[in-house]
Design a protein around this ligand. Structure first.
Ligand code: GTP
Ligand code: MG
Length: 365
């Protein structure tokens, strides 16, 4: 099992659920005390100001606190899975510093020592603007350089979208993230334990896949051999992760019931071939299931700048919703005969000034 390091509030809570052997790191002593973990690493700010307040959503403070824990973190980072939210100050700042440390490594980092990152992104439509801005900067700087350096492994981009949209209690949502990650990470173990009937993904193949410096979108679902695989993949995207882009590499495990149709996996291979990707895969008999099931991971390298753009677009929509609400409150809609949604969409509303400009413009019509 990999070392798991949870940084900041969200990172610690999720890491603690992933494994009782996790190490958690926080500037806030209060947060550190609340979470069960084998090792608790206390980071400090100059003057010890963060003990109760943490980094107060300021990643610069998190980066500053790195010096106090660099030795502990750097001795654990190789081959580890780092879990942190991108919105606050501690998870974002310390992870930024850790990524910088990895980027600076001159020697080739061996495959099995690449660090994996599970990031928790805010839901831009409903979470605070600070969280969104911090995330945009993190993607644009720390993540972009990490990917460019090739020194980091897979990055899992979890999002709080479902949590907010479906009003899922935090603890249950964290458990959903943990369960899904563990399901994916169980692939090599299943390969070792189940009866293989085709292909082969052993621990080494799996580690090699995880060592690539790309975003990983994984998902799993019951597979119906009678339905187009691409459609099933689209319908069963992992809602806990940002959606996948055009894959660069793919890996899948197909589990079939005992004595089931072994050839079902060929359509999956063909689907990925159409995408220009030759997947690595294995097919195994699992006597505990009654329908075929596929666990599939796609690696993609959407440029962080594009991710930031997506983020800003969502934030824009958020602003537009606000504008629409304001207009509905104060403007008599019928006589104007303006479709407010369309008007709002035409204008890029990034901040308060733009909203004011839009209001003025619409009043003129
Ligand atoms: N899924 C999930 N998200 C969380 C949880 N706690 C906080 N968040 C999200 O994480 C982001 C804030 O990050 P935190 O981990 O609270 O902040 P931090 O890294 O401790 O940094 P500071 O508190 O600012 O020092 C926001 O997007 C929150 O919605 C949690 O338990 N689960
Ligand atoms: Mg915190």
């Amino acid at each position: 099992m990999r070392n798991i390091i949870g940084i900041g509030g969200a990172g610690s809570k999720i890491a603690s659920k992933l494994s009782s052997d996790s190490a958690i790191v926080n500037v806030s002593e209060v947060e550190l005390d609340k979470v069960a973990a084998k090792e608790k690493i206390k980071a400090v700010l100059h003057g010890g100001t963060g003990a109760y307040k943490g980094c107060r959503m300021d990643p610069a403070l998190g980066e500053e606190a790195y010096a106090s824990v660099s030795h502990e973190l750097e001795s654990r980072i190789r081959g580890a899975l780092v879990v942190a939210a991108t919105g606050g100050g501690t998870g974002n700042g310390l992870t930024t510093a850790l990524m910088k440390h990895l980027v600076e490594q001159q020697d080739q980092i061996p495959v099995e020592e690449k660090t994996l990152f599970a990031m928790i992104l805010p839901y831009a439509r409903l979470e605070s603007d600070e969280f969104v801005v911090n995330t945009s900067e993190f993607l644009n700087n720390a993540v972009a350089s990490a990917i460019d350096s090739g020194n980091t492994g897979n990055i899992f981009m979890f999002t709080n979208r479902l949590k907010f949209e479906q009003r899922i209690p935090e603890d249950r949502f964290n458990q959903m993230i943990v369960d899904s990650l563990q399901f994916f990470l169980a692939i090599p173990r299943k390969n070792a334990e189940l009866k293989l009937v085709d292909g082969h993904v052993d621990q080494e193949d799996f580690d090699l896949f995880l060592s690539k410096p790309y975003f990983n979108h994984f998902t799993y679902f019951d597979y119906d051999p009678g339905v187009d695989f691409g459609r099933q993949l689209q319908e069963n995207t992992n809602e806990l992760l940002l959606p996948a882009e055009q894959p660069i590499e793919a890996l899948f495990l197909m589990e079939i019931p005992a004595g089931g149709d072994q050839s079902a996996f060929y359509s999956v291979v063909e689907y990925f071939n159409h995408q220009g990707v030759k997947p690595i895969y294995s097919v195994a008999e699992n006597p505990a299931i009654t329908k075929p099931r596929v666990t599939v991971a796609q690696l993609y390298s959407r440029k962080p700048a594009e991710l930031v753009h997506d983020f800003n677009t969502i934030a824009d929509e958020h602003a537009q919703t606000k504008v629409k609400k304001t207009l509905n409150q104060f403007v008599e809609l019928e006589p104007l005969q303006v479709n407010m949604a369309d008007e709002a969409r035409k204008v890029k509303t990034t901040g308060q000034e733009d909203i004011v400009a839009l209001l003025k413009r619409i009043h003129k019509i």
